[in-house]
Ligand binder design. Structure first.
Ligand SMILES: [Zn+2]
Length: 236
């Protein structure tokens, strides 16, 4: 952990509405990390949430290697969209360059989540996408949860793999081979929801597969379910 402040504070970090947006986003991202713990998606210090700061070219992300119980809004690290730290005192997550790559290449994405949640990561370890065999999968993912390639940790390569794989899919979740799960959302809360739902269906489809073959839903049913859930479900 580095305790050295960023050398040149970003203009948005000084004062005014952008600085307020940064602080609000730090609170949101800190609270969402607690959701990863509450939903059993992470162990020790693995996993992370980031959010694009609305109205700025900044992101907020978890510090590297800090225990979940020690995370507060103030410990959330502020970076530019090249992954360089511009605020906060701790070093950002080792996945920051990949999160930044995703924000640069997916302009509608406002939040990114990474976990090694158990059942979804078991599918990643086997190198298999999760077939769309449940209405809940059609609703949330609009099809299978796709498998992306293995990519080394620390640079932008994981971001390349996520963007390349999700570009051809409606799914907000991708399994990275031999690694874990990345999810995206319009908001960071949407990305956390996708991570929770991904683990839930990964578990159910795994259990079903133990008992025999599972049958994918027909594409027209998947389309109808996806449309209904995305456009009509819930309070509007
Ligand atoms: Zn990881």
């Amino acid at each position: 952990m580095s305790a050295v402040p960023a050398a040149h504070p970003h203009p948005a970090m000084r004062a005014g509405s952008a600085a307020d947006a940064v602080r609000r986003t730090q609170h949101i991202v800190a609270d969402l990390h607690a959701e990863l713990v509450r939903n059993g998606l992470v162990v020790w210090t693995s996993g992370n949430v980031s959010a694009r700061v609305p109205g700025t070219d900044l992101l907020v992300i978890k510090p590297s290697g800090v225990a979940y119980g020690d995370l507060t809004a103030e410990t959330m690290v502020v970076c530019d969209l090249n992954g360089a730290r511009v605020g906060g005192e701790l070093s950002p997550s080792s996945d920051t360059a990949s999160h930044a790559y995703i924000y640069r290449h997916m302009p509608d994405v406002g939040g990114v989540v990474h976990t090694h949640s158990r059942y979804a990561t078991a599918w990643a370890a086997r190198g298999e996408p999760i077939p769309c065999v449940l209405t809940a999968m059609a609703d949330e993912f609009g099809g299978e949860i796709p498998l992306g390639p293995f990519a080394p940790i620390g640079g932008e390569e994981i971001g390349h793999a996520v963007v390349a794989t999700l570009s051809g899919h409606r799914s907000p979740a991708v399994l990275l081979r031999n690694h874990g799960v990345f999810t995206v959302g319009t908001t960071p809360r949407d990305a956390v929801k996708a991570a929770v739902m991904c683990e839930d269906v990964a578990c159910t489809v795994h259990l079903a597969s133990l008992r025999g073959q599972v049958t994918p839903l027909p594409p027209d049913q998947i389309d109808a379910l996806y449309r209904r859930y995305q456009n009509e479900y819930g309070q509007r």
